[in-house]
Ligand binder design. Structure first.
Ligand SMILES: [Fe+2]
Length: 462
């Protein structure tokens, strides 16, 4: 094994310079969600079975899928590279530490290790994307934004990953609420590479948060030939288009996207597939649409994932499917699992204890039509849900559950305040105005109810 530098001075331990070329070619595919990424990594490992960074990348990719059955492979990769400890350069050794921390459940520690690594070697695309991933699952948009801001000035514009970085920065800006600047960065990245699905996604989030639903449909549709070339992440962009349609009352379009794209093939080890499907079915029901027997398929898949313990955000979505159409015994088993998880001294265990358990209990009570009990659970953590991770747009479903429970519960004044909050935050949401109208009507404010209902109707018509 020898030390080689890549085109931008990053040092690697490998058996030949060809391995470095192959690794460099892999990184844009990793950042670009390319379907051939795992095949290319397998070819690299076949050619250079002991290349530390290729082995570490394999371990990381298993963890990133969010599936319990792949974690033993990550553990194996960690053990394998640990056996090479004497031959690792300092950056590779830090990656080994980070993978180990992640495998041990210390996601916060892994994130800190990548950030420390990036201060030393900011041109490491793998560390940068992994930190982006775990900042995302800490739910803190400022960290997501600043991590990219720290690294970006160091990157030459001719680096093959540069455009991806602009989109990642755009996403960090969006999750920290700076929508105008976020959109500029996201659109610049999309101009560089329209197949860069994460950057398209950054812009899609800006359009969602600024409630430009028609523009969102047009934007995602126009670029679909480009972004649909990527792996299952493409389904998340279909899901985003579904969010725009649902606000316009176009439920048939949402169900069409569900049946033909993001709900079609969800029994996969990629965590986002079930997240897309479950959260959209739940939303559709909250909007008053009939989803037929679609929950059953999802509940059957969720039943196989009761014991998953990678990301509480993801497990809450499995739970949505179980409580919607699963067997009582499975619901009980998963709640017991979540309670046990909340006692573990891991990053995700802490988050489960802080907010995950209350959200799970709240959604269960809501499904059982115990509305006041649901409000009690969800209201207690309403300002503490960010650490669950995912985006603001995704976590919105938990807030909507609270509003739904409140509007059917025994405290109409609470429901009224929540819906007033909703219409202030999302003035173009017909869902919010309709429910606000119901609350106003129930509270004897007929004129204001009529005005709110008229606003809702006008929004749906447009
Ligand atoms: Fe998203």
């Amino acid at each position: 094994m020898t030390s080689f530098n890549d085109s931008f001075g990053l040092s690697f331990t490998a058996t030949s310079a060809d391995s470095i070329f192959a690794y460099e070619a892999l990184m844009p595919k990793f950042l670009g969600f390319r379907r051939e990424m795992m095949k290319d990594l397998a070819a690299l490992l076949e050619a250079d079975p002991e290349m530390p960074m290729a082995n570490l990348a394999k371990g990381y990719f298993m963890k990133m899928s969010g599936a319990r059955e792949l974690t033993p492979i990550a553990d194996q990769q960690r053990a394998l590279v640990k056996g090479m400890a004497g031959r690792l350069n300092p950056r590779e050794a830090m990656h080994l530490t980070a993978l180990g921390q992640w495998c041990d459940g210390d996601m916060d520690g892994a994130t800190e290790t990548w950030e420390a690594l990036l201060r030393e070697t900011p041109l490491d695309p793998l560390a940068l994307r992994l930190a982006h991933f775990t900042h995302f699952y800490s739910g803190d948009g400022r960290k997501l934004r600043d991590s990219m801001a720290h690294a970006l000035p160091n990157w030459p514009e001719d680096h093959p990953c540069y455009g991806f970085l602009l989109g990642m920065y755009g996403f960090g800006l969006e999750e920290s609420g700076d929508y105008a600047k976020a959109e500029q960065f996201g659109r610049r990245a999309v101009e560089i590479n329209p197949e860069d699905a994460w950057s398209v996604h950054s812009v899609a989030h800006c359009l969602e948060m600024t409630e430009r639903h028609a523009e969102g449909i047009e934007f995602t549709r126009a670029l679909e030939p480009a972004w649909s070339k990527v792996n299952n992440f493409r389904y998340h962009l279909h899901w985003h288009r579904g969010l725009y349609h649902i606000e316009r009352g176009e439920f048939a379009e949402v169900l069409d996207l569900y049946d033909n794209h993001f709900g079609r093939d969800v029994d996969t080890p990629y965590y986002l597939d079930m997240v897309n499907a479950t959260s959209m079915l739940w939303r559709l029901e909250m909007f008053g649409a009939d989803v037929g027997d679609r929950w059953q398929t999802l509940a059957d898949i969720a039943a196989k994932r009761i014991q998953d313990d990678e990301l509480i955000f993801v497990s809450l979505h499995y739970f949505m499917a179980l409580i919607s159409s699963g067997a009582d015994a499975d619901v009980t088993a998963m709640m017991a699992h979540l309670e046990e998880w909340a006692e573990r001294p891991t990053t995700q265990g802490r988050i489960t204890k802080q907010a995950g358990l209350s959200v799970a209990r709240g959604m269960l009570e809501l499904r059982r039509r115990n509305y006041d009990a649901a409000v009690k659970e969800l209201y207690a953590v309403r300002y503490g849900m960010d650490p669950l991770g995912g985006s603001h747009a995704q976590r919105d479903i938990f807030w909507m559950m609270l509003a739904e429970a409140a509007s059917k519960g025994s405290d109409p004044k609470l429901a009224l305040t929540l819906l007033a909050e909703r219409t202030a935050r999302k003035p173009h949401s017909a869902w919010g105005w309709e429910r606000y109208a119901d609350c106003l009507s129930g509270g004897g404010q007929g004129d204001r109810a009529e005005a709110a209902r008229a606003t809702a109707k006008e929004l749906v018509a447009h």
